[in-house]
Design a protein around this ligand. Sequence first.
Ligand code: UD1
Length: 346
Amino acid sequence: MSNQNPTIIVTGGAGYIGSHTIIELLKQTDYNIVSIDNYSNSTSKTFERIQAITGREVKNLNVDICNLEALELAIEQVKNPIGIIHFAAFKSVPQSVADPLLYYHNNIASLVNILKISKALEISNFIFSSSCSVYGNVESLPVTEQTPFSKAESPYAHTKQMGEEIVENYTKFSSGFNSVLLRYFNPVGAHPTGFNGELPRNRPDNLVPYITQTAAGILQQLTVFGDDYNTRDGSCIRDYIHVSDIADAHVKALNYLIENKQKAQNTIFNLGTGEGVSVLEAIRSFEKVAQQKLNYKIGPRRAGDVISIYANNDLVKRELNWEPKYNLDDMMLSAWKWQMHLKEEQ
Ligand code: UD1
C-alpha cells in the first residue's frame, strides 16, 4: 500500500468495534489506516488478528488521547490524513455508575482533543461513535433519529449525549467540517471467521459474551435479569446487530462524507437491524446454533435496564444504502466461533 494514499485515523482501533471497522476498511477501500489506542481496554494482539484476516499490517500509535501533547507529537507521523473515526472511549454502564468522573474525563477530554487535532490538521470528515443509550427510556418504539433524548440513565450514556452535542456544535460553527454520529444499538457477534471478536477484560456485563463464556464453562451460569416485564415473554427487548454490519456502516458513512453526499454538515444515523429481540429469544438462538443447552436461571431485574428499545433504521438504509447482512443466528454463531477460537489460542 502506497503511503501516498489518504489516511484514515481510527481511534480505539484495537477495540471491539474499532478493529472490525479496520477490517472492513482494509477490505473495501485503499486508504491507509492508522490506529490510536493505548490498550487501556484492549490488547496489541488485535492487530495480529486483523493481519491474519486481511493480510495487512496496521500501524498503531500507543498514546492516551486525553494527553494532548503526546497526541500532537504522535500524530506528526501520520501522512495525508483525511478522516477520523473516533471510537476510543470507556463503555461500561455499571463502571460509569461506580466512577462517573472517570467517564466524564476520559470520554469528553479525548473527544475535545481529537477535535483539536482535526482542526489543526484540517481534517474535515469526522465520525463519532454514539449509542442508543442517548435516548434513555422512550415512550414510543421504534426510535427514530428525531426521538428526543430522555434523561440519561447512566454517566456513560450522559457522556454520549454530551459528546453528540459537542460534535454537533463544533460542526455547526466550523465551516467545511462535516460529521456523522452513529448511534449503535446492541453490537454483538464476531468476525464470521471467528478470528476476531469482543474481548472483555473482566467478567462481562453484556449478554452475548456472558452467554458464550457460560457455554464454554468459564462462567457457571447466566442470570436472565427479569422475566416479569411487560414484553412478549417477560424479558427485556433489544436490537442486536452484528458487529461486521456496524463496521460496514462506518465505511459507508466515511465515503458519504468524503464524497460530499451529505445533505447537512452533521448527520445522525441509528444503527440497528430494526428488530426487537428478547433475552430469552437470544438464548434460544444461541442454543440452536451452538447445539447445546445453556445453563441459565431467571433472576431479578437489573437496575438501570430499559425495558424495550429497537431502532427505526430507514434513514441509514436510504442515505448510506446500507442493509444489515447478518441475522440473530449469524450473530450468535460467530460469537460462539470466536469463543472457541480463544480457547484454542490458550
Ligand atoms: C447498554 C446500553 C448500550 C451500551 C452498552 C454498553 C442501553 C439501552 N444500552 O446495553 O447503549 O452500548 O450497554 O455496555 O442503555 N442481560 C441479562 N443477563 C446478563 C447480561 C445482560 O439478562 O448477564 C440482559 C440485560 O438485562 C438486557 C440485555 O441482556 O436486557 C442486554 O444487556 P447488555 O448486553 O448488558 O446491553 P444493554 O444494557 O442493552
